[in-house]
Design a protein around this ligand. Structure first.
Ligand code: CP
Length: 294
């Protein structure tokens, strides 16, 4: 049966642990070519209907490092930009490639694509979920703290797709995820996530503080209102001081210093954001192996 990675719930706790272990192994052995050619002879479509720096490049490099061929496609150069159905696109791509990674402005379209495809489909970000980001976040926590079980991660700001994916994979990994957001921006209940309107209460005892942009793709029309509503949730030095000694700062990037995070915190010694960005590569290589070699 074809396995997909759309929300992160497709993996169990044991499999997720193995995947992170493999991600760490691929990272440590990158210079020696660990994983080189593990997907030799395969082709993977990377479809981007929305802009991307990290997701696109980390997948393209990762696919190449595993010995497979990446085929990067912008949405506007494919026929579905001119009305071809998602289902037919999935059926046709399945005849050519061994997996499809897609970033889309419609979560429903990615689900439809996965239902019609005969090859694994990986969600490279939708408005509802960003599971590949959350995998890299867990890999970063693992390399900083070792055991994930019992860690506390406080997410502050907009309870968005990244917060939702952290809640899902955090539950699987035994990480306590607390989301602090103002009314109207809060994540729904579920996956053991704790919700609060108080960023300091969330940060109290946290091993990691996490934030994301306040104005995501598609939110531009509400920019002024979002900046005003989310200002009390800025990740600044005071909030970092409320976390545990040795707490790290995470941000999926791109960052807007002065908005959701101060420049001081973003570039502080506590910040692990560039390791986190690098870990997209290693975690996704492990994911592709898990989906294609199982
Ligand atoms: N974090 C993330 O998904 O970055 P990109 O939008 O650059 O891919």
């Amino acid at each position: 049966m074809t396995r997909n990675f759309i929300t992160g719930e497709e993996f169990g706790a044991f499999e997720l642990g193995k995947l992170l272990e493999r991600g760490a192994e691929l990272k440590a052995g990158r210079g020696e070519g660990v994983g080189r050619d593990s997907l030799a002879g395969k082709s993977i479509a990377l479809v981007f209907q929305r802009p991307s720096t990290r997701t696109r490049i980390s997948f393209e490099v990762g696919v190449a490092e595993l010995g497979a061929t990446p085929i990067v496609l912008r949405g506007d150069e494919m026929q579905f930009s001119r009305g071809e159905s998602v289902g037919d696109t999935a059926r046709v791509l399945s005849r050519y490639v061994d997996a499809i990674v897609i970033r889309s402005g419609s979560h429903e379209a990615v689900v439809e694509l996965a239902e019609a495809a005969d090859v694994p489909v990986v969600n490279g970000l939708t408005p509802l979920h960003h599971p590949c980001q959350a995998l890299a976040d867990l890999l970063t926590l693992r390399e900083r703290f070792g055991d994930l079980d019992g860690l506390r991660l406080a997410y502050v700001g907009d309870g968005n797709n990244v917060a939702r994916s952290l809640a899902i994979v955090g539950e699987l990994a035994g990480v306590e995820v607390v989301v602090a957001a103002p009314p109207g921006y809060q994540l729904e209940e579920g996956h053991g996530v704790k919700l609060t309107g108080d960023p300091r209460a969330a940060a109290d005892g946290a091993d990691a503080l996490y934030t994301d942009v306040w104005i995501s793709m598609g939110d531009e029309i509400e920019a002024d209102r979002r900046r005003a509503d989310l200002a009390p949730f800025r990740l600044d030095a005071d909030l970092l001081a409320a976390a545990k000694d040795g707490a790290i700062v995470l941000h999926c990037l791109p960052a807007h210093p002065g908005e959701e995070i101060t420049e001081e915190v973003l570039y502080s010694d506590a910040s692990a954001v560039f390791d986190e960005a690098e870990n997209r590569l290693h975690a996704q290589k492990a994911l592709l192996e898990a989906l294609l070699l199982a």
